[in-house]
Design a protein around this ligand. Structure first.
Ligand code: PMP
Length: 405
């Protein structure tokens, strides 16, 4: 199967729209990806034919909705090579998934315990642990990065100790594109007996994730980063860990017996999923994964690599522009600053030309401080972007540079 980017783009209705009279050049894929018609159709079809609540109705629609919802769970579980469907807990996204673990670990920590994170955390994968440490008297340790945005693996390993209860790290940095060697880091953490959580918000969109191969305890991710709807994501956890994980919300669905005085929780996965879930979201997410999995993923990888390679070459040749984050192993994210141009102004001028990028601290304020920048402009590429769009970005940046000089 060869990779036909024009045919792929034709499956994304939004990519043919205009912004201020210019064709949309969407380069904000690390924030959220666009949705193919297959996902939009799955949502419309669910609401048009099957909409009902799950797990409770004694009627046909409810049975069908439950079947589709649970099939969606199996699809996502298989996609990340979970060993069982009940290891996949639906959440509203990565943030909620991490908070479930944060809430549980807070109850287990004591003074003297340690949590290890990296300098490149998104706030979603920092503040939960920081607050858990503050509440319990445990210590938060932060593994340093090099100036190019790569993790200092030796320093990371040296910071592990017998007191490390949990290690959290991004699979891929949203601000820099750095791909972390999560399997190697997980093995080092497990050797010390720590739990390991991978923030997979960016990792889920770039090739195959195999949670068993990584060897982690938790993998948190969002549907909207991989062509699925917003408001749906998942916490994958090893069954042996999730079985005893503290309940974080109570209510319907998650409970097996209730009296006025007490309650008995249900079984996984429901015990960590209180209330009516995002049924349509789960079905849409599974449609996205079904659609994505059918692509020639090697060809996708090659295409994505060509986009970031062209962007990096053009950025290197662009006078006054500095790339922020050039780890040897990185994905399709180009973060940069430009001399005498505030990132927000760059974003604004590009937007007038129909080019959508993200500017600011990328929910990673401590990382920006560590790198000595107030924020960056970030172009992030996805499978439907073209080399012509990369060229347009740099044409737009030339214009911005002239206007801001
Ligand atoms: N971690 C990383 C690395 C991210 O890129 C994001 C999304 N920007 C998140 C966590 C949070 O994901 P969500 O907003 O979908 O919960």
């Amino acid at each position: 199967m060869s990779f036909d980017v024009a045919a792929l783009r034709a499956q994304f209705p939004i990519l043919s729209r205009q912004v201020d009279g210019n064709p949309l050049v969407y380069l904000d894929n690390a924030a959220t990806t666009q949705k193919p018609q297959a996902v939009i159709d799955a949502l419309v079809d669910y609401y048009s034919t099957t909409n009902s609540n799950v797990h409770r109705g004694a009627h046909q629609l409810s049975d069908e909705a439950t079947r589709r919802f649970e099939k969606a769970r199996e699809t996502i579980a298989r996609f990340i090579n979970a060993s069982a469907r009940e290891e996949l807990i639906w959440t509203s996204g990565t943030t909620e998934a991490i908070n479930i673990v944060g809430n549980g670990i807070r109850q287990q920590l004591n003074a003297g315990d340690e949590i290890l994170v990296t300098e490149m955390e998104h706030h979603a994968d920092l503040v939960s642990w920081q607050q858990a440490c503050k509440a319990s008297g445990a210590t938060l340790k932060v593994a340093p990065i090099f100036d190019n945005g790569a993790l200092d693996v030796d320093a990371f390993k040296a910071l592990l100790s017998e007191n490390t209860r949990l290690v959290a790290m991004p699979h891929i940095s949203n601000a820099l594109g750095t791909i972390n060697p999560v399997k190697e880091l997980t093995a080092a953490a497990k050797a010390k007996g720590a739990l390991v959580l991978i923030d997979g918000a960016q990792g889920i969109a770039h090739g195959m994730v195999d949670v068993q191969d990584i060897g982690c305890d938790f993998y948190a991710f969002s549907g909207h980063k991989v062509f699925g709807p917003t408001g749906i994501g998942a916490l994958w956890g090893k069954k042996s860990v999730l079985e005893d994980w503290p309940v974080w919300q109570t209510g319907g669905e998650m409970i097996s017996r209730v009296t006025y005085q007490d309650a008995v929780w249900g079984e996984l996965p429901n015990r960590l999923e209180a209330g009516t879930p995002n049924i349509a979201g789960a079905i849409g997410f599974a449609a996205a994964i079904g659609w994505f999995s059918q692509l020639d993923l090697d060809a996708v990888k090659t295409h994505e690599a060509s986009l970031i390679q062209s962007a990096t070459e053009q950025a290197d040749a662009f006078e006054g522009l500095t790339i922020v984050g050039s780890a040897p192993n990185k994905t399709g994210i180009l973060s940069f600053i430009m001399q005498s141009a505030h990132p927000a102004d760059i974003g604004f001028i590009l937007d007038r030309q129909g080019i959508a990028i993200r500017t600011g601290d990328h929910c990673a304020q401590p990382l920006m401080k560590r790198l000595g920048v107030p924020g960056t402009a970030r172009a992030s590429f996805s499978i439907y972007n073209t080399l012509e769009e990369v060229d347009q970005l740099f044409k737009g940046l030339k214009k911005a540079q002239m206007m801001l000089a």
